[in-house]
Design a protein around this ligand. Structure first.
Ligand code: FPP
Length: 274
């Protein structure tokens, strides 16, 4: 065991994996690389049960998978990564599970903020949280704000974590915000024009921080969007894998990019026809 806690065979294996990924990146870079990849991370609890992990162990494995996926996306030059971590409907789960996920979030953010495990900062990734954040517990809300502030200056890539998010809530929020601004006494954005346009709503969507996703990947074999990025996904390549989220590997991302490249000209043509 060496001083950073990683033994020699593990280090050699990691380096081998790195060179293999470099080779894949240079091959894939011959074609178009997606700008924005979004993930519906499904299957953490099933993974936890399958692997006989303690309560919450599936979500811990899910968080590790997210960090690795962001690393692979960075290596591929993907500028925007979005993860659907927790929907507003997930608040209907047992209070113990909701608390366990919030606690995990606080714990992982604290680690990220310390110099011990600041993976996202080391990759130059800005972390942003999207959704109805007022639903978060106070410690989770404080942690989220601190992480967003600490990574605000990173510009290599943007990781958006959708938490307490649903598309329907996002659209309602954007419409309400548009009306509020147009009807405000000083008409912040209205300037006498009360007509609500698509651009007005788009400006106030939680996901206005990123362009429309090129790819949405859903794990665990589901074929639904589950109220995720409905406004933004009319020209998105949808890909599902039967693997549970924590079991996702670099190869799944490679497969998804290849599928995107095969459909690229068709999707670009459809965008222009809109
Ligand atoms: C979906 O699997 C996953 C969740 C609802 C929670 C995901 C949360 C994390 C990975 C932790 C987030 C932490 C940070 C810092 C972002 P599921 O629970 O629906 O699993 P199932 O499909 O097997 O029931």
């Amino acid at each position: 065991m060496e001083k950073d806690g990683i033994n020699k065979p593990a280090r050699v294996l990691w380096r081998l994996g790195y060179f293999l990924r470099e080779l894949i990146v240079s091959t894939l870079s011959v074609g178009p690389i997606p700008t924005h990849v979004a993930f519906i991370m499904d299957g953490n609890r099933r993974y936890g049960k399958q692997q006989h992990l303690n309560q919450g162990g599936g979500h811990v494995a899910g968080y590790l998978a997210l960090k690795l996926m962001v690393l692979y996306c960075r290596e591929l030059g993907i500028k925007y990564v979005t993860a659907y971590a927790f929907s507003i409907d997930n608040f209907k789960r047992s209070p113990e599970e909701v608390r366990c996920i919030m606690d995990l979030m606080v714990e992982k953010i604290e680690q990220e903020l310390s110099q011990v495990d600041n993976t996202f900062s080391r990759m130059g990734v800005r972390v942003h949280f999207s959704g109805k954040l007022e639903l978060l517990s106070q410690p989770a809300m404080d942690a989220v704000k601190r992480l967003m502030a600490a990574t605000a200056g990173n510009s290599k890539a943007l990781l958006t974590i959708c938490f307490a998010y649903t598309s329907t809530d996002e659209i309602v929020h954007a419409v309400q915000e548009t009306c509020r601004r147009k009807l405000a006494p000083d008409q912040i954005e209205g300037k006498g024009n009360y007509v609500v346009k698509v651009e007005d709503i788009e400006k106030h969507l939680y996901m206005a921080v990123a362009p429309e996703p090129d790819i949405i990947i859903r794990t665990s074999g589901g074929h639904r969007l589950s109220n995720f990025m409905l406004w933004q996904s009319s020209n998105t390549c949808l890909i599902t894998f039967s693997q549970l989220w924590p079991a996702m590997s670099c190869w799944h991302l490679v497969w998804a990019v290849l599928k995107f490249q095969r459909n690229y000209y068709y999707l670009e043509k459809k965008k222009k026809q809109m």
